[in-house]
Design a protein around this ligand. Structure first.
Ligand SMILES: [Zn+2]
Ligand SMILES: [Zn+2]
Length: 269
């Protein structure tokens, strides 16, 4: 059976949360080492809270394939030889007990800072419609255009929001992406973001002092169809920067299937 050899990086660096918000999307390795099956742990014990900001919840089961050299590695938490190894997606391995305890306090890998779990937000219920349309985004003249329309329904703030019970107005926003491979994958990642309630939040507009409005939640969208406008194209850095913003919310290409149908409507409650 093929063993996956992972590099052990024993740097003791704790990155700050800002730079480390990447989801660990645990995948079952095809080459699970049978002898280690009984040593598998899942990531547990992460308490759900309701603070109104993005939250990290329990991740799916992580499987371990560890080579014999790795078993003699030192756990950077307890500084002893690793026992009951548990491997995070980043490849870092710790004693199961050590990492479980660590994750109870800080939900990221102690060695490299990757977030261990899925981040979800407090986006109110709504609908996301994706269409492949005529026309193009300036700067991507050879590609057609993807339009994404979000509709967030009017409602009352829930316990997760700043003023529970307070009424908020619904909104409809349309955003655009070039219909090329990168644009399509970003669209698929935005769909994951929408399902995880990360695209919008309820906040206040500092500039106008208005409270309890539906606002974008730090994933920048191109909402202006007209060229050379503040929120439009061209913008050669946009596709990379929004990919980065999605990554900070824990969403990467690992979370999507590039052959998934693009057009369609999804709802989120
Ligand atoms: Zn340990
Ligand atoms: Zn790591």
């Amino acid at each position: 059976m093929k063993q996956e050899i992972v590099e052990i990086n024993s740097k003791l660096t704790w990155l700050d949360t800002e730079s480390s918000f990447t989801e660990l999307n645990f995948k079952r390795s095809s080459g699970i080492h049978k002898l280690l099956n009984d040593r598998m742990f899942d990531i547990g014990g992460l308490e759900e809270s309701c603070s109104g900001s993005d939250e990290i919840s329990e991740g799916p089961l992580s499987s371990i394939t560890v080579s014999s050299e790795e078993l003699n590695e030192q756990c950077i938490i307890c500084m002893k030889v690793i026992c009951n190894p548990k491997k995070l997606k980043c490849g870092h391995i710790f004693c199961g007990e050590c990492i479980n305890q660590s994750l109870r306090f800080k939900q990221w890998c102690p060695a490299c800072g990757l977030v261990c779990g899925k981040i979800t937000g407090d986006q109110p219920p709504g609908k996301m419609t994706v269409k492949q349309t005529q026309g193009f985004c300036t700067g991507y003249e050879r590609d057609a255009k993807i339009s994404i329309t979000y509709e967030i329904f009017e409602g009352r703030q829930s316990e997760c929001h700043p003023c529970p019970g307070k009424l908020y107005k619904g909104i409809i926003k349309t955003a655009y992406l070039p219909d090329n491979e990168q644009g399509r994958n970003i669209c698929r990642m935005l769909r994951v973001a929408f399902e995880r309630k990360l695209v919008f939040t309820i906040g206040n507009y500092r500039t106008t002092g208005q409270e309890g409005l539906i606002t974008w939640n730090a994933i920048y969208h191109k909402t202006d169809n007209r060229p050379y406008t503040k929120f439009g194209y061209p913008d050669p850095t946009y596709l990379d920067s929004v990919t980065d913003e999605l990554k900070r919310k824990g969403i990467t290409l690992d979370d999507i299937n590039p052959s998934d149908k693009l057009e369609g409507i999804i709802t989120s409650d």
